[in-house]
Design a protein around this ligand. Sequence first.
Ligand code: ADP
Ligand code: MG
Length: 234
Amino acid sequence: MTAQHIPVLRLVALERAFHQGTREIHVLAGASIDVWAGQCVALVGPSGSGKSTLLHIAGLLETPDSGHVVVAGRDCGTLDDHARTLIRRTDMGFIYQFHQLLPEFSAMENVAIPQMILGRSRREGEERARKLLSALGLADRLDHRPAQLSGGEQQRTAICRALANRPRLILADEPTGNLDPHTSELVFQELIGLFRSEGVAALIATHNLDLARRMDRVVILDRGLLVEISPNQI
Ligand code: ADP
Ligand code: MG
């Protein structure tokens, strides 16, 4: 079998409950999905429906009560911390609502450093950083530190950082949720364009249905289950 025949991410019957006082809330109650290379999948659902919980589990930051996370054919449930960290570093890129860039470093360095951590030379790292940042219109901002960038520019830099190591999978939690509607729209368009040109699979939590309907697929987190709907139905 080639990689094309294996989903990049397979979530199988995930369950996760939290205790609140004497109550138990079943945030995930059998959530399943296959995400394939090149697909952008919107994960929608109201606040509190469990989107972040699902992304934390898919990103191997938390373990489910039951169910499986399979990344490129590899079941991650039985892996030790070291193996999980390696998969997170090499196969996954993360984007959060707040950029979480390193404040002391330039945009270029923020995108180059994760590559250098995996053993690439500074020159190679900076070459890819320049290419990614230029693709998002930041060619004139390479030497700016995060505080010298606008909110939209910070988030564009965070998108480039997530792609730096050529991950198979991007997990994004409300990546434009902190931007004004106009900038959010622009950055979201660019993000989808760059994901498509990089051929990466992406699972993107958003409560913005206008943005969700631009994606290849839409899944709703509803009472702990993932329900797929057609993007033009929303
Ligand atoms: P969303 O990202 O869709 O807003 P979350 O995944 O953050 O939803 O939260 C889903 C539900 O799980 C919420 O009711 C939240 O309060 C609860 N929850 C999330 N994490 C924890 C935790 N660590 N302990 C207790 N409850 C939690
Ligand atoms: Mg959330």
